[in-house]
Design a protein around this ligand. Structure first.
Ligand SMILES: Cc1ncc(COP(=O)(O)O)c(C=O)c1O
Length: 376
């Protein structure tokens, strides 16, 4: 059997929506982008949503809009994709990592306050695998020290914790529509916020600081535009939005299918020797973006190979950021700096999880994991 690590959800509706765009005037930021932004903020319940070309460009723009730069520090987790910390370096600031909670893999809220200095300007929590960080507690800490929160929601659109959804307590929440995400357009991103001032800055910064977008310039009579601030080039375009609009409508149905697969995985892998997985807390709805198992560190790579030999697509989310070559060589991080994140990073394996995964495939994956772990 061959089981892909991921299969996207682009079907007839998405193709028709894309054809509509290809037959229209607007390939760049136009009516589809506006519609998707409106649908997305309605789904989340935030005041504003700004479409961008990726999570990375979106988070970069937010940090720029907040005026964060050299001499500033931002607190984040080492157990994430490198983009989370790279954007901090890209604006010239310093990432300050804190270790993670051993049960969920999420930023350990109890360690945040002791990492705050006079240079700290913001916190970037990552809602890892789809489970939200404790935003209520984090908001209290941020308010006490006058810090901004940028939520890394690359894994978490459908999640909730303590009845709080992504984007509701953060100053900005940034989403990814990268090829393997819960809704995907190959590349793409969204910034949700409740702050009007930030939203208005982002509209300028995502398109060179120009005061008129293409839709303003070409709808009706031509009008001159001006540039008031130095901006960047990160505007979501209609080809991306066309693919995303129908997917957002199906997101809850797809979540139910993924939730059922995860429940099956959790049932099968609970109470097994040499096998564990991050726990979804009782007060939390995980977006179920990624399902990872934790195996003994010295056997992880052998088990990875064993599963691939059985035709199962796997991944590792994540080997810790601070031990990547660039971070070790330029920021002097070393082993044991963040032992819990390192331990999870060394033990983790990501299994296939997507609505198209059949129950025969799920059973095959479960059987293969149990056998491979037992015999390795
Ligand atoms: C946790 C996390 N943050 C950020 C990103 C970056 O997203 P993008 O590729 O849209 O820039 C990813 C992407 O995979 C991610 O997993």
């Amino acid at each position: 059997m061959k089981i892909e690590f991921y299969k996207h959800n682009i079907g007839t509706e998405e193709k028709n929506s894309l054809l509509e765009t290809l037959d229209s005037i607007f390939l760049t930021t136009g009516p589809k982008t506006t519609q998707f932004e409106s649908d997305f903020r309605t789904y989340l319940g935030t005041n504003y949503a700004t479409g961008v070309t990726s999570w990375t460009t979106g988070a970069f723009l937010v940090l720029k809009a907040w005026g964060i730069g050299p001499e500033d520090e931002i607190i984040t987790t080492p157990l994430s994709f490198c983009a989370t910390a790279n954007v901090i370096l890209q604006v010239g600031a310093k990432p300050i990592f804190v270790d993670v909670d051993p049960t969920t893999g999420n930023l350990d809220i109890n360690l945040v306050e002791q990492a705050i200095t006079l240079q700290t300007k913001a916190i970037i929590p990552v809602h890892l695998y789809g489970q939200m960080v404790d935003m209520k507690s984090l908001r209290k800490i941020a308010d006490k020290h006058n810090l901004k929160i940028l939520e890394d929601c690359a894994h978490c659109i459908e999640g909730a914790r303590d009845s709080i959804k992504p984007g509701q307590l953060g100053d900005a929440a940034v989403f990814s529509f990268y090829a393997t995400k819960n809704i995907a357009s190959g590349e793409g991103g969204m910034i949700a916020t409740n702050h009007q001032e930030l939203y208005e800055k982002l509209l300028l910064l995502r398109l060179h600081g120009m005061d008129r977008s293409a839709i303003d310039r070409y709808t009706g009579l031509y009008r001159h535009w001006d540039m008031s601030v130095l901006g960047y080039k990160a505007n979501m375009f209609d080809i991306q939005a066309a693919l995303l609009i129908p997917q957002l409508k199906k997101i809850e149905d797809h979540w139910k299918a993924k939730q059922a697969i995860c429940e099956k995985y959790e049932q099968a892998f609970g109470n097994q020797p040499n096998l564990d997985f991050p726990k979804v807390l009782a007060n939390s709805k995980s977006a179920r973006h990624i399902f990872t198992i934790w195996v003994p560190a010295d056997k992880r790579d052998l088990i990875l190979k064993g599963l691939q030999d059985k035709g199962i697509g796997v991944a590792v989310n994540f080997r810790v950021i601070h031990l990547l070559k660039y971070y070790r060589e330029n920021l002097n991080f070393k082993e044991n700096d963040f032992p819990i994140a390192e331990s999870i990073g060394n033990r983790t394996i990501t299994l296939p999880l997507y609505p198209k995964l059949t129950s025969i495939e799920t059973d095959y994956i479960i059987d293969s994991v149990l056998k491979t772990v037992e015999t390795t």
